[in-house]
Write a protein that binds this ligand. Structure first.
Ligand code: SAM
Length: 224
């Protein structure tokens, strides 16, 4: 039976990858990537010379069918995203869903766990994480107010992702509903400019504004 491995890759530091992930990437017939150029940096670093194929949110059905045909012919494939765990707030789950929903396909879907921005951020937040709410990215336009209200009304720790362009706007909006809440904002985890901002929303906004606002962010609201 063919195997589709779902392989977690680093969220920044290329050394954050498991032996099993490397062994898997070396051993498969083809690596399906969100962006082949991004994955190539990782493959070059580890001298892995396996063909790649882009497979992202906008991949047409024809490509998905081609991938299914490869698996049916007994080829083993790995799916990776640009960073972290495929399918967690990135397009990986679309392909997995199509394959898992096809009855009788002789394909095993196997996770190769590893880095994920959610768990890395949660692990350094100090907030309770026996239960938490993960909300992905805030909507860019409509329904922002609903998103922040939902986040602020949760009694559990809340985690979401944000881009550098919107981080200050987002923190100001969350501050409106959760002024009293302690937050942690994790920037560029595992990378050169890794910074963890902690405190009230107001303090964190001031601290971030003092720095150059670049990189990738995870926002965590402490429990109510
Ligand atoms: N699948 C990925 C994972 O497992 O973490 C998440 C993909 S999502 C499209 C990308 C978002 O994750 C970024 O916009 C940022 O919010 C967050 N992220 C990824 N890497 C990060 C890092 N090194 N530091 C902080 N946040 C990061």
């Amino acid at each position: 039976m063919a195997i589709l491995y779902i392989v977690a890759t680093p969220i920044g530091n290329l050394k954050d990858i498991s032996f099993r992930a490397l062994e898997t990437l070396r051993g498969v017939d083809l690596i399906l990537c969100e962006d082949t150029r991004v994955t190539k940096k990782l493959l070059d670093y580890y001298k892995i010379n396996v063909p790649t194929l882009s497979c992202h949110q906008h991949s047409e059905l024809k490509k998905v069918e081609y991938i299914i045909q490869l698996l049916k012919r007994g080829k083993n494939l790995a799916l990776v995203s640009d960073a972290g765990t495929p399918g967690i707030s990135d397009p990986g789950n679309k392909l997995i869903n199509i394959i898992a929903a096809r009855p009788g396909l002789p394909i095993n879907i196997v996770p190769i766990p590893g880095p994920c921005a959610i768990t890395a951020a949660a692990s350094v937040s100090g907030f309770p994480t026996d239960r938490f709410l993960f909300l992905g990215f805030p909507p860019v336009k409509n329904k922002r107010k609903k998103f922040f209200k939902e986040a602020a009304s949760s009694k559990y720790t809340v985690i979401f992702y944000e881009s550098p362009h919107r981080i200050i706007k987002t923190l100001k909006e969350i501050g409106f509903f959760a002024r009293e809440r302690e937050i942690a904002v994790c920037r560029e985890l595992t990378k050169k400019f890794e910074t963890i901002y902690r405190g009230s929303v107001e303090k964190v906004i001031q601290d971030i504004e003092k720095d150059e606002i670049r990189g990738e962010f995870v926002v965590i609201l402490g429990e109510k």
